[in-house]
Design a protein around this ligand. Sequence first.
Ligand SMILES: Cc1cc2nc3c(=O)[nH]c(=O)nc-3n(C[C@H](O)[C@H](O)[C@H](O)COP(=O)(O)OP(=O)(O)OC[C@H]3O[C@@H](n4cnc5c(N)ncnc54)[C@H](O)[C@@H]3O)c2cc1C
Length: 383
Amino acid sequence: MDFSFTDEQREIGESVLDLCEAKLNGNVFEDDETGTFSREKWNACARFGLPGLPVPEVYGGLGQNMLTTALAVEKLGYGCRDEGLVFSLCAHMLTCIIPLCRFGTEDQKEKYLPGLCNGEIIGGNGITEADAGSDTSSITTKAVRDKDVFLVSGAKIFVTNGPVAGLLVIYARHPGGMKMLDISALLVETGIPGFSIGQVFKKMGLRTSAMSEVVLDGCRVPVKNLLGRERMGMNVFNHSMLWERIIMAAYHVGAMEWQYESALGYAGLRKQFGRKIVKFGGVSDRLVDMKIRCETARLLLYKTCWDYDNGKADAAGASMLKLVASEARIKNSLDAVQIFGAYGYLKESHAEKELRDSVAATIYSGTSEIQRRIIAEQIGGGL
Ligand SMILES: Cc1cc2nc3c(=O)[nH]c(=O)nc-3n(C[C@H](O)[C@H](O)[C@H](O)COP(=O)(O)OP(=O)(O)OC[C@H]3O[C@@H](n4cnc5c(N)ncnc54)[C@H](O)[C@@H]3O)c2cc1C
């Protein structure tokens, strides 16, 4: 395994940092306070090509592999303080674009991918329901075939980008069959009759990423909008989750690097008892732990991407990475607040905001408990 990046990869990383500095870090605290999703920042990311990083060029993307996509998202996590924006972009790319690239028909790709890549269409997915969270196989949203359409009825909750989306991958159950094997993935345009936005949720963090309930009431979804084969929806979902667990870890690695550097910078300036606080073992040990967690997650990230790009996709590996990176992220966020002292506890301090932004990391894309179950099942040995 070679850990050096190519010139092209380095250039992409550098230009993502330039983009963050030039376009993405205005009004961060104001937008967080009001929960405002910035279409302007979204468009700046789209003009750069971020949503289409892993999309073949023929559909308007940049045609990059997973490692390069991860590197770009890592730089976004490092450079962009509007974490809700990063989260929305990732949801768009990983829960809508990626499954469309992998399972879409030629017609579906030609119809939707260019608009998803240039940012005109915002994407997302809906699998979670009020009574089906970790247990995705128990969803009750129905898709009943009626000639050339599916009649889709049900309600999805916690849909990232729900209020602003133009296209959602909706997972729905056909009547009869086995629990896992009767679910299909459907491309649902949000403007169709019967589709509506229910409750819009206010969150602890990632507040600039819009999230809502979406309601489907007898929506007529053309059969040609089936993503992948009928009743193979869980395959689509698992592929999407594999990418999500890996690429979201890249965002955490970038954010952890930034948190570490900012805490280190503060500890080198702040004086107590006549000395810089970085000179106290209690503070420097915390910084060392932050750095180690960040580097461990980074190493696992690059290795997992390398495996994927070399044809060795591994669900347990993605779950290990997700678990390590998300738990590290929360610990590092708490450490940063501690190092900044009361200043880190104040509203409009980055440490306070980053802690709120990080807490959901062990919940979305499957909770830590579920990652442990996946790993136990895959590594076997009677666990
Ligand atoms: C910021 C954010 C964005 C999200 N975006 C989306 C989205 O775009 N689309 C979408 O469909 N969903 C989305 N979700 C929903 C997310 O996928 C679910 O929250 C997650 O799968 C957990 O489901 P739940 O919240 O219902 O918790 P539950 O499944 O009810 O779990 C509650 C607790 O029980 C534990 N638990 C459950 N089952 C087990 C078990 N078998 N073993 C051990 N412990 C268990 C869990 O780990 C957790 O601690 C989002 C969530 C968040 C926080």
